[in-house]
Design a protein around this ligand. Sequence first.
Ligand code: SF4
Length: 425
Amino acid sequence: MSIEVNFDKYFDDLVQKSYDPFLQRAIVRARTAYWDRRNKNFPKLKYVEKWCEELRGIRRVAVDKILDYVKMAKDWMESRGIEVHWAKDAAEANKIIYDLFSSWGAKKVFKVKSIASEEIGMNEYLEERGIKAWETDVGAVILQLMHGKAMHPTGVSIAVAREVAKEYLSKFLGKDLPADPAVLTRATCDWVRKAVPEADAIFSGANAIVAETGEIWVMENEANGRLVLAQPKPYVCLAGIEKVYPTRYAALLYASIMPVYVTGAAAIDNITIIGGKSASNDIERVRVSPATGSDEIHVVFLDNGRTAMFKDPDFRIMLTCLKCGACLMDCPMWNTIAGYFGEHVYMGAFGIIWTAFTKSLEAAATQAYTCLLCGRCKDMCPMGIDLPRLIKRIRQKLVEKGITPQQLQVMAENIIKYGSPYGLA
Ligand code: SF4
């Protein structure tokens, strides 16, 4: 699919965003809250850097065998009654998920937030076909009501100002709520508590899939994940193949470092581990499954550019990315335009590579030229990924395809002609 790259419109829009008082206020509040919490908690976690180093080593070795680990996880899952699917791209993933939900007659699905589902445009795909997929994370609900763009991979609405969130939530919940995060959160969570039991089916992403056990790990703070996943309804989990960890220990390292990098917190509030369909062995030790849990569990492993990433020696390292979003929090561009740093689901520096592989090189063009290549993201990354080097490679590929902003072409010509990017002036 060819995408037309309109640098001028994109950069004009960014200038507008940089003057948006609500966006600017929300960015400052989000950044301040993140750094205050992180600076308080980081020193308390005296092993966090050691855990990062250990996990980095495990992920870097495991990435070379990622397809073997996917196979190992699949075998375990199937032995425990979970059905496993493989989706080579977004279209295939959407079709598999839609076919499952419609085979169950589901019209209303409740979700635990999943960036992979945003990557494939799942909510929109299902809605066009008569199935409503409701979000249950507070931020994801706000974004769903706004039809907005995610601001961060794990905190999708953190740069949506409370004054804006108030408007959407008041309208949706039918009461005039104050622009107070505590009241808005309470009201949204009350709605989630009441609404989720009405689900015909349930859905989540996966924070981790453990190869040695086939377990699905879902991590969240609001307990909406626990609530959704406790429903005895047919369940679909969508997982990018980079979510596979070789061992429980590796998944635990990930769970231990994530909170402080994601929100600045010292620990995660909830981890739900699903190892298979529920079962009871209580009558004469005869195993009966399912028990109280879902009658059907399906896992869809998503490729959508990931095996291409795996095959490219320059970019394979990106499969170690945790999608924690820490690289955004010290990024001068994210701190000016938040999630508008990029036109697609994956924003910011890490998102340039993910957009190039899960969407297309052209789709990543404006984002790649938004980056200042300052290198702060590299210093923030718990996996030590050299994002500036990868972004330069993306730019090199764009140049090879003749995709560069016109201003840069003029500067390059000026350098050749006059020895200065500014020409004779
Ligand atoms: S590149 Fe590093 S900091 Fe950024 S999302 Fe990935 S793991 Fe996190």
